[in-house]
Design a protein around this ligand. Structure first.
Ligand SMILES: Nc1ncnc2c1ncn2[C@@H]1O[C@H](COP(=O)(O)OP(=O)(O)OP(=O)(O)O)[C@@H](O)[C@H]1O
Ligand SMILES: [Mg+2]
Length: 230
């Protein structure tokens, strides 16, 4: 059996709050296998985005272990984490984190350039066309609607064909047609490139297409998922 792509062992996240430390994730143990698509669901505030940040190494676990693609993320410093992510992960945040001074095309092309792709700009253009934004490539983020910004962020994360794709509410701002197109894009990353997908979602259609649902409640795996995590 191959190693899991993601392996969390009693992962914890406690952050300082005004009224004392806040236990955001309270001991998460789970394994996700290569090529799996996992829907991460649960009520608002249950810790879904925080868990995605731990998986991406963008937030450091305050306890336990987080391994991604065979690498112990808790052992890497910021620079090593950034390099590791660049080579292996696509991440789409709940708020899209586009670079405001760059056009849609530049936002998508930059990670390709950083990865050394010689054809970064034509590829970025094709990626934007694939999310239905061929007519918006020269727009700055402030000139795009929320759903358009979301699609640029998805194109940017998908363009380098990452082995591990983590997205927070990827269809959250989209109408049914665009949402379906984005779902097809996401699942084609798995079908064509063998990517592993972890998708935070409230979208029942999207959750249904995933191989497995992981449910969070108050910073823990909901009981129904505990067996599956063993
Ligand atoms: N930097 C922080 N400091 C203190 N508490 C935080 C911080 N970030 C998040 N929290 C708290 O952690 C909990 C989990 O937040 P998180 O963003 O992971 O929830 P979520 O499940 O993604 O919710 P939503 O569905 O609303 O996006 C929330 O109660 C939130 O208030
Ligand atoms: Mg969230």
């Amino acid at each position: 059996m191959t190693d899991p792509v993601l392996s969390l062992t009693d992962a914890r996240l406690t952050l300082p709050g005004n009224a004392g430390p806040v236990e955001i994730l309270r001991g998460i143990t789970l394994n996700i296998q290569r090529g799996e698509t996992v829907g991460l669901v649960g009520p608002s505030g249950s810790g879904k985005s925080s868990l995605l940040m731990l998986m991406a190494g963008l937030e450091r676990a305050t306890g336990g272990q987080v391994r991604a693609l065979g690498q112990d993320l808790t052992a890497l410093d910021e620079d090593a984490l950034a390099r590791f992510r660049r080579g292996n992960m696509g991440v789409v945040f709940q708020s899209f984190h586009l670079i405001p001074t760059m056009t849609a095309l530049e936002n998508v092309a930059i990670p390709l350039e950083l990865a050394g792709a010689p054809d970064a700009f034509p590829r970025a253009e094709a990626e934007l066309a694939a999310v239905g934004l061929a007519h918006r490539i020269d727009h700055y983020p402030s000139q795009l609607s929320g759903g358009e910004q979301q699609r640029v962020a998805l194109a940017r994360a998908a363009a380098p064909r990452p082995a591990l794709f983590l997205a927070d509410e990827p269809t959250g701002n989209l109408d049914a047609t665009n949402g379906a197109a984005i779902m097809d894009l996401l699942f084609s990353l798995r079908d064509r490139h063998g990517a592993t997908l972890v998708l935070v979602t409230h979208d029942a259609d999207l959750a249904r297409r995933c191989d497995r649902i992981i449910r969070l409640a108050d910073g823990r795996l909901a009981t129904a998922d505990l067996k599956a995590a063993e």
